[in-house]
Design a protein around this ligand. Structure first.
Ligand SMILES: NC(=O)c1ccc[n+]([C@@H]2O[C@H](COP(=O)([O-])OP(=O)(O)OC[C@H]3O[C@@H](n4cnc5c(N)ncnc54)[C@H](OP(=O)(O)O)[C@@H]3O)[C@@H](O)[C@H]2O)c1
Length: 120
């Protein structure tokens, strides 16, 4: 067990991209989930010898993402990983304004994508 698995949401840009770049090491496998893949990150992963898979997925469809992730995890040779880490970084900032003027779709999207545990 020499590899470490990182599942990272929102790695296409911003802080998530910076986290992904910092994790690009030969002993790391990254599964990055956001709506868009990042070609530069893919090239950097190849140069670093790191394992990188990017899924262009909308996390607002949480059930679809969970089902795909569950299936993918089931296919992985678990014995090769010494650890698995989830970094749930993806987030959206709705248009600033009074809460009562936000639409249900905006609120739903923000809550689904930007969910954080109650402790955070
Ligand atoms: N920057 C700050 O000052 C700050 C401060 C406090 C907290 N935060 C939090 O830190 C996190 C990252 O912030 P950031 O500034 O790096 O944000 P950012 O630059 O806007 O990046 C957001 C990331 O989330 C992904 N994302 C957004 N909606 C998504 C969706 N529906 N499905 C899948 N992926 C989605 C985006 O990728 P795609 O567009 O490709 O989907 C992108 O990779 C957020 O949770 C934010 O709330 C940031």
């Amino acid at each position: 067990m020499t590899r470490h698995l990182f599942i990272l949401t929102g790695a296409s840009r911003g802080m998530g991209l910076a986290i992904a770049q910092a994790l690009l090491r030969p002993e790391h496998t990254l599964l990055c989930i956001s709506r868009h893949a990042n070609g530069t990150l893919a090239a950097q992963a190849t140069a670093a010898g790191a394992g990188l898979t990017q899924w262009p997925l909308d996390l607002a469809n949480a059930v679809g993402a969970a089902e795909r992730l569950q299936a993918w995890l089931g296919e992985q040779p678990a014995a090769q990983f010494a650890s698995a880490t989830l970094i749930n970084n993806a987030g959206v900032v709705p248009a600033p304004g009074p809460l009562q003027s936000a639409t249900a779709a905006e609120l739903s999207n923000a809550l689904r994508v930007s969910w954080r545990p109650p402790c955070c």
